[in-house]
Design a protein around this ligand. Structure first.
Ligand code: PEP
Length: 251
């Protein structure tokens, strides 16, 4: 049985003060049976970590460098993130891929570095609307996973979480139907099973893309959807907690 997970990607939002307040609000409600994760900007990790102390809410970062240290201006390494209490790192978010040029190969290298540091990547895959309309959804998402297999070997996802996030659904208010999402999740699991059956059964595959309190239960109710990666709705504690509760109801 896979424990559901709900992770909030706060993106580039908030101030030190508002991040601490949001973390405190999320931490104040214990949601049993769900791994709840919040991912603030790196600069807020220390403050948010303090605000989460004593709660079961886990801390994640939004990106990590593939390198441990050296001449990589502006980057943050996995070991540095771990020092701040991070357990998860989002890798390959579509905004990183489209706005900052993170290629399949660089995402795979980051994934490898996160695992090597003992943290858990939340490895994002997803197709654009053009990809979907051209019938290329599975080819695109499988090539994104394949890059990690190439870099890390057949057990690349043994200590990882995957997030399927159709690019056309992120921040747009358009959600994949539960059936569309389930279809991709099931095929991703099969793709992993071809390399590592045990991991395929155990790995959590989250859905991300305009999840909200109104659609979370139906999405997370699907057999291969193990939770959500939440953007906009993660910035309102009531909405985020309602999504966590919807996941708990599926546990
Ligand atoms: C995201 O950025 O990972 C995301 C899913 O955003 P939203 O929920 O706002 O679509």
């Amino acid at each position: 049985m896979r424990t559901p997970m709900v992770a909030g990607n706060w993106k580039l939002n908030g101030s030190r003060q508002s991040a601490v307040a949001l973390a405190g609000e999320v931490a104040a409600t214990e949601v049993a049976g769900v791994d709840v994760v919040v991912c603030p900007v790196s600069l807020h990790l220390g403050d948010v970590s303090q605000a989460l102390k004593g709660s079961s809410v886990l801390l994640g970062a939004q990106n990590a460098c593939a390198e441990e240290q050296g001449a990589f201006t502006g980057e943050v390494s996995s070991t540095m993130l771990a020092e701040f209490g991070c357990q998860y790192v989002i890798i390959g978010h579509s905004e990183r891929r489209s706005l900052f040029g993170d290629s399949n190969e660089s995402c795979a290298a980051r994934h490898k570095a996160v695992v090597a540091a003992g943290l858990t990547p939340i490895f994002c895959v997803g197709e654009t609307l053009d990809d979907r309309e051209a019938g290329n959804t599975m080819a695109v998402v499988e090539s994104q996973l394949q890059a990690a297999f190439d870099a890390c070997g057949d057990n690349a996802f043994a200590s990882a979480v995957i997030a399927y996030e159709p690019v056309w659904a992120i921040g747009t208010g358009k959600t994949a139907t539960p059936e569309q999402a389930q279809e991709v999740h099931a095929e991703l699991r099969q793709f992993i099973a071809a390399r590592d059956q045990q991991t395929a059964s155990a790995v959590r595959i989250l859905y991300g893309g305009s999840v909200n309190p109104g659609n979370a239960a139906e999405l997370i109710g699907k057999p291969d959807i193990d939770g959500g990666l939440i953007g906009g709705a993660a910035l309102k504690s009531a909405d985020f907690l309602a999504i966590c509760q919807a996941a708990a109801a599926q546990a």
